[in-house]
Design a protein around this ligand. Structure first.
Ligand code: NAD
Length: 293
């Protein structure tokens, strides 16, 4: 069993980005600039945004954090997005989800200029991804692709079972792994809450991507020997022994699955840090106008 250390790999990639930023600076070019909009006080969202801003500082990007109270109207939030779309200093921006119930997330996503949509959530970027055109890949699947590539994990001809069909993880992951690409060429089965015999599917998998949101859902008896496990889940479970009263666990029961696996991502320290790094890579592409010219 080998641990896929997302924390270490993300640090390596960040160092590579920092070198590129230093070169841009030395040549008198424009420093990449990422903006993040955070609405409300959801602790998980606050911690994700904090880590995104900290990562920008680490690689030498400029960053702007726009914090708004959860009473902000949809109209006012859309006006902020319009301003960011027009701001020549901002190369890319994200609106941290989830948003308060009175705000339509779809409307917000659609309002972001696809050229600045470094989260890769806009349907234009999604459609371009599905057709193999230049686009911003959604950050989490992008991070997973890099993890597979940089760890030399062969995907071609492999049977991959993706569990969960969200627009930000499961569905794009299933498309990306089935594409004709360096990391791709998998035979993919996309499973979800209505899948009849999930264990029968996962037991046949060479690679499992779990993005469900249920702690420890994939257990050792559901996987075959030598499986590659990508655990996307980030779940808080109560833990009185921890100072903050909880710990983070994935969607995979690490204890029973790890001994059967050839590679496995830990939670925390697996997919999570790679997601943040991918956002930086997309922002760098935006500032270099690599995707849309
Ligand atoms: P989601 O929460 O939007 O949807 C969950 C998916 O799981 C659905 O498609 C549903 O069909 C499927 N599902 C639910 N119950 C199931 C069952 N019993 N059997 C099979 N499938 C079932 O999904 P999401 O937004 O992709 O989030 C999934 C998890 O990944 C969450 O824990 C989230 O916090 C985490 N996440 C992590 C990162 C990261 O950077 N590591 C990024 C995004 C999401």
């Amino acid at each position: 069993m080998n641990i896929l250390d997302g924390k270490a790999l993300s640090e390596t990639i960040k160092q590579e980005i920092a070198v590129q930023v230093a070169e841009i600076k030395a040549a008198g070019g424009k420093i990449p600039h990422l903006a993040a909009v955070l609405v409300g006080n959801d602790p998980a969202s606050q911690s994700y945004v904090k880590s995104k801003v900290r990562s920008c500082e680490q690689v030498g990007f400029n960053s702007t954090l726009i914090r708004q109270d959860d009473s902000i109207t949809e109209e006012a939030l859309l006006a902020i997005i319009d301003d960011l779309n027009e701001d020549p200093y901002v190369d890319g921006f994200i609106v941290q989800l989830p948003l308060p119930k009175h705000i339509d997330e779809e409307k917000v996503t659609l309002r972001i200029d696809p050229k600045k949509d470094v989260d890769g959530f806009h349907p234009i970027n999604f459609g371009r991804m599905a057709q193999g055109l230049a686009c911003y890949l959604p950050a989490t699947p992008y991070g997973i692709l890099q993890m597979l590539e940089r760890n030399g994990i062969e995907t071609s001809g492999k049977h991959c079972v993706v569990v969960g069909r969200s627009n930000i993880v499961g569905t794009p992951m299933s498309i990306l792994l089935s594409r004709k690409a360096k990391v791709g060429n998998c035979t993919v089965t996309l499973t979800h809450s209505r899948t009849r015999d999930l264990a029968a599917e996962t037991q046949r998998a060479d690679i499992i991507v779990a993005a469900i949101g249920i702690p420890g859902f994939i257990s050792g008896d559901m996987v075959k020997e030598g499986v590659v496990i990508i655990d996307v889940g980030i779940n808080r479970v109560e833990d009185a022994s921890r100072k903050r009263g909880y710990r983070l666990v994935g969607d995979v029961d690490f204890e029973s699955v790890a001994p059967k696996s050839s590679f496995i991502t830990p939670v925390p320290g697996g997919v999570g840090p790679m997601t943040v790094t991918s956002l930086l890579l997309n922002t760098l592409k935006a500032s270099k106008k690599e995707v849309y010219g």
